[in-house]
Design a protein around this ligand. Structure first.
Ligand SMILES: [Zn+2]
Length: 73
C-alpha cells in the first residue's frame, strides 16, 4: 500500500521514526506546538515524485516547505 503521495507504508513508518526534526532547519516536531509552520511535511530530497524510497523521502517543517503545495503528513 502507498499513501496519496505514492510513498509506501514501509517508507512512511521508517521515515517518521527516523526524522524527528526538520531535515533543513532542525526544528523538533515532537517539542513544537503543531502549527502550519512547524508540522511535519513530506519532502522529496531529489524533487522527483517517482523516487519514493526512504533515501529520497524526509520530513521537513511546513515553514521550510512553504514554497510547495500542501503535503502534510
Ligand atoms: Zn524546517
Amino acid at each position: 500500500m502507498a499513501n496519496r503521495w505514492g510513498i509506501s507504508k514501509n517508507v512512511v513508518v521508517f521515515v517518521k521514526e527516523r526524522d524527528k526534526c526538520c531535515v533543513y532547519c532542525g526544528i523538533s516536531f515532537a517539542n513544537s506546538v503543531a502549527t502550519h509552520k512547524t508540522r511535519p511535511t513530506w519532502e522529496h530530497i531529489i524533487n522527483d515524485a517517482k523516487i519514493n524510497g526512504a533515501d529520497n523521502i524526509a520530513l521537513c517543517c511546513g515553514s521550510c516547505n512553504a514554497s510547495k503545495v500542501d503535503i502534510s503528513v
